[in-house]
Every structure is written in structure tokens, then in C-alpha cells.
Write a protein that binds this ligand. Sequence first.
Ligand SMILES: [Zn+2]
Length: 209
Amino acid sequence: MAMTEVTTEVAHGTAASFDLAAGDSIRIETPDGAQGGDFSFPGFDQALTRNKLGWKRFGQPWLVYAAEPGDSLFDVDGNPVFELTAREGEGIADIMYPGCWDEVYADRRPGCQDLISAALGLERRDLTGMLSFFVGYSADDIAYRGLAGVDLKPGDNLEFRVIRATNCAVSTCPDLDIPGWRKGHLLVTIRDAGGEIPPGAGPEAGAGN
Ligand SMILES: [Zn+2]
């Protein structure tokens, strides 16, 4: 079966959802280096993911701040659902933050939590994890200092391979005060594997990650 590619533009302050099969891929790009947003899927457990990736990287019960290519994103049952396969640019794939929400804005505009939960058809309380992309950070003994400024370039991107069939959503963050960001849109490209699951993309893939 032929591979098909569909690109969706996600405007500033909005989110879009995507239905994905195992073997598909999803690529998120900032075409003009303007800004990032959040990514999530039903049951995403970012705390468990931090810990599993810490074990994988250090053999210790340590937590990591971000996913890197080769890392899986896990659900609340401990199953790998996505694998980050590529990431280009200075911005990291942060798995610390919960995403923004309406209360953080004086005008109560919908935040990434509101946008993504609506796109997934979930109550906001049922959104269990977020991955914030194209953000900078620093860290010390006191705090993880995210949203610390980042120099994005046109074409910066990250790409995931789908390990288990799921839906997911991508938001273009409505925040206009993040250092290094300006108002922009994102491009999300779904590559449909046509039902053919490439080697290594089956349900068992990434189980040790
Ligand atoms: Zn946001």
C-alpha cells in the first residue's frame, strides 16, 4: 500500500487532533522559527516517562527533563505509545511542564491544556501528561527553569513514530510572553504507513526504553 502524507496547519492558539495507526509517523515543524506548543495523547504519563528514560539513560532511578531521539513516551500502564525518532533545533522536547491553562492568562484565553483536552474529547482533568516542544531550559539545585529562552530556526522540528494505535493532539501555544517566541503557526505532517508496520514499530518495540 502506498504511503500518504497529509500536512495540517495548526494556527496560533488552537489545537488539532490526529488518529494514528501503528507505524505511522507524525512530524511537527515550525516553518518560520516562531514558536512551539504542546503534544499529548490519551493516557500519556510524563512522570513515568521521565523515570523510565532516567533508568534507561543512567541505570538509576533518576528523572530526565526531556525526550531525545530513540526515547519512547509511555502511557499510564507503562506501554510505549510513541518513539521520538528525530529532533532538530535548540528547543527541547520537555516532559516537565503540564502545559499552560486558562488561569495563567489575565484574559482567560484557552491554554494548551484546554485546547488539547478539547481536541482529544477529554475533560481537562483527564489529560494526564504533556510534552512541550521548542522550549529552552536551565536547571540547578533549586528549580527546573524552563521556558528560559530559545533561538528557534525555520524548519526546527520533531518527529514521532507511532508504536501503538492512538489519537493525539498538537497545540500551538497561545502564550505571547515566552522568551524567544513570537506569534506563529505549526505544521503537522502525518505519514500514513498504509497499514504496513515497519520492523521495530510493533507493539513490543521500545518495551525496554
Ligand atoms: Zn501553552
